[in-house]
Design a protein around this ligand. Structure first.
Ligand code: ZN
Ligand code: ZN
Ligand code: ZN
Length: 142
C-alpha cells in the first residue's frame, strides 16, 4: 500500500519535471529567436536569473546542441558562446563559419561565409573554430 503510493508520487514528480523542463526549453529558444547575435553563457545565466538556475541552463543548452538548434564556440576571453543554427539537425552540425567579436561593443555574431582553408595532406578536418576580432559596422562607422 505504502509502496504503490510512493510510486504514484514519483511518477507525478517526474511528469511535473518534464512539463517544467519543456517550459524552460521554450524560454531559452525564445531568447535565441529574439536575439540574432550570439549569447555568452554568462549573459544567458544572468538574463534568466530567477527563472531557472545555472544547472538547468547548461542542461538545456546541451540538449539544444544535440538537437541541432544551437551551436557553441569559444570567444575572445575563453568564454563559451552560443548561437542559433541555420541548417542543422540532430545528426549533423554545419556550422563551420567564422565568428566575429567586436572589441568595442563586445557583440559576437556568426559570419555567414566560407573560409578557404589551405589543403593539408592527410589531415581530416571535422570542424573549424575561427574567431575574428575587430570592430563591427556599428562601431567602426561611429
Ligand atoms: Zn549547428
Ligand atoms: Zn561593435
Ligand atoms: Zn555561428
Amino acid at each position: 500500500m505504502q509502496l504503490s503510493c510512493n510510486k504514484i508520487y514519483v511518477y507525478l514528480y517526474l511528469q511535473m519535471g518534464i512539463i517544467r523542463h519543456t517550459k524552460y526549453v521554450k524560454v531559452l529558444v525564445e531568447v535565441f529567436n529574439k536575439k540574432h547575435q550570439a549569447i555568452s553563457v554568462a549573459d544567458l545565466v544572468r538574463k534568466l536569473e530567477g527563472k531557472m538556475n545555472k544547472t538547468t541552463v547548461y542542461r538545456i543548452l546541451d540538449k539544444l546542441m544535440e538537437d541541432g538548434i544551437v551551436h557553441s564556440f569559444i570567444g575572445k576571453d575563453g568564454l563559451k558562446w552560443y548561437a542559433k543554427c541555420d541548417d542543422c539537425s540532430h545528426t549533423t552540425h554545419n556550422d563551420n563559419h567564422p565568428h566575429f567579436q567586436c572589441k568595442q561593443c563586445g557583440e559576437v555574431m556568426c559570419m555567414p561565409m566560407d573560409l578557404n582553408l589551405p589543403a593539408s595532406n592527410n589531415y581530416k578536418v571535422d570542424f573549424v573554430n575561427t574567431l575574428m576580432v575587430g570592430e563591427c559596422p556599428k562601431c567602426s562607422l561611429k
